[in-house]
Design a protein around this ligand. Structure first.
Ligand code: NDP
Ligand code: MG
Length: 348
């Protein structure tokens, strides 16, 4: 578990592993448009696969790339990059399955469907993952600015003996080996990704913010003050940790904040919260969460729709929208933060 991951750079890449091959990019959303354009600009032959009535078809043509159906694209390609949403990948895979020839590659940017057996490729194809650690628009922008984007690499199935080398050449064509490509497995990428977004990032942090906000408002403090303290300032704190670690954050805040934080943080996120985290991790590991999410989709997303609505209706959203409209920094700040994020990932 404590073994250090291998990291690969441009010098580790055999360009010939992707040269002369055709890559089918299925999907032209966040990741799809960036992979397709970076690959094409790196000299790789790219064909985009989209359904006939796809709203993205026009965008592909405007970007000067060829678009056809997923089935036709897969038939022409040696490497098929599956970049439609995770929930629709199994259905799209069914359409293209018979076009995969022995020695072809199925390439992913996230491991969910392979790891939880929603897609079960035949044994004679390579199954690999290059997962850039940014949204697609930054992957594209970094490439255009001669900067790199860190990515994860994993090989699930190596039918040809060259799966990893080809994946690295694919990563180079995206601009990722300029920054560094970290080796992992489909299992590790999928389970850590799900755990992180549930317990810490998307789930943990929003619950922490809402509970903090409600605690202050219920105690009679103004919603505006509660919003500033519990949500707005979150960004300042996270930026400090992102740039230079926890220590840089502790160094920047007052001694009072540091002492209070060091003594009370574990009182709030206590042993009980830790046990809950372990339960969340277990549900990821034993497939309970995956089954729940697949069933939720099959049922037409009834709970998901309800939860989304409830989140939208939370008082903090209304208070926040009103406050952000009053302050001039709101628009400017979101632009700078994107640029900063780009700079930092490129410097990695
Ligand atoms: P998007 O939601 O941006 O993909 C949208 C694209 O998929 C559109 O071109 C859309 O075209 C097409 N699409 C949607 N539904 C269907 C369908 N039923 N049949 C055919 N095509 C369809 O996906 P992402 O780029 O966010 O994710 C792609 C992969 O990348 C996922 O595995 C994800 O986990 C992974 N990933 C995503 C990251 C991100 O930042 N977004 C980061 C790293 C990995 P249409 O007009 O036809 O709807
Ligand atoms: Mg083929």
């Amino acid at each position: 578990m404590t073994e250090e991951a291998s990291i690969y750079y441009d010098d580790d890449v055999q360009r010939s592993q992707i040269e002369g091959k055709t890559v089918a990019v299925l999907g032209y959303g966040s990741q799809g448009h960036a992979h397709a354009q970076n690959l094409a600009d790196s000299g790789v032959d790219v064909v985009v696969g989209l359904r006939e009535d796809s709203s993205s078809r026009e965008a592909v043509r405007e970007d000067g790339l060829e678009v056809t159906t997923p089935k036709e694209a897969a038939a022409r390609a040696e490497v098929v990059s599956v970049l439609v949403p995770d929930t629709v990948q199994p259905a799209v895979y069914e359409e293209i399955e018979e076009e995969l020839e022995p020695g072809n590659t199925l390439q992913f940017a996230h491991g969910f469907n392979i790891h939880y057996n929603q897609i079960q490729p035949s044994e004679d194809v390579d199954v690999t993952m290059i997962a850039p650690k940014t949204p697609g628009h930054l992957l594209r922008r970094n490439y255009e600015n001669d900067q790199g984007t860190p990515a994860l690499l994993a090989v699930y199935q190596d039918a040809t003996g060259d799966a990893k080398e080809e994946a690295l050449a694919y990563a180079q064509a995206l601009g990722c080996t300029r920054a560094g490509v970290v080796e992992t497995s489909f299992r590790e990428e999928t389970e850590t990704d799900l755990f992180g977004e549930q317990a810490v990032l998307c789930g943990g942090i929003t619950s922490l913010i809402k509970q903090g906000y409600e605690t202050l408002v219920d105690a009679g403090y103004s919603p505006q003050m509660a919003y500033f303290e519990c949500l707005n300032e979150m960004k300042l704190i996270v930026d400090l940790m992102y740039e230079d670690g926890l220590g840089a954050m502790w160094d920047s805040v007052s001694d009072t904040a540091e002492y209070g934080g060091l003594t009370k943080g574990d009182v709030v996120v206590d042993e009980h919260a830790r046990q809950n985290m372990e339960e969340v991790l277990e549900a990821v590991q034993d497939g309970t969460f995956a089954r729940e999410w697949i069933a939720e989709n099959q049922a037409g997303r009834p709970s998901y729709t309800q939860l989304r609505q409830a989140e939208k209706n939370h008082e903090i959203e209304e208070v926040g929208a009103d406050l952000r409209a009053l302050f001039a920094w709101a628009d400017e700040e979101s632009e700078t933060s994107e640029d900063e994020q780009e700079k930092v990932s490129a410097d990695d």
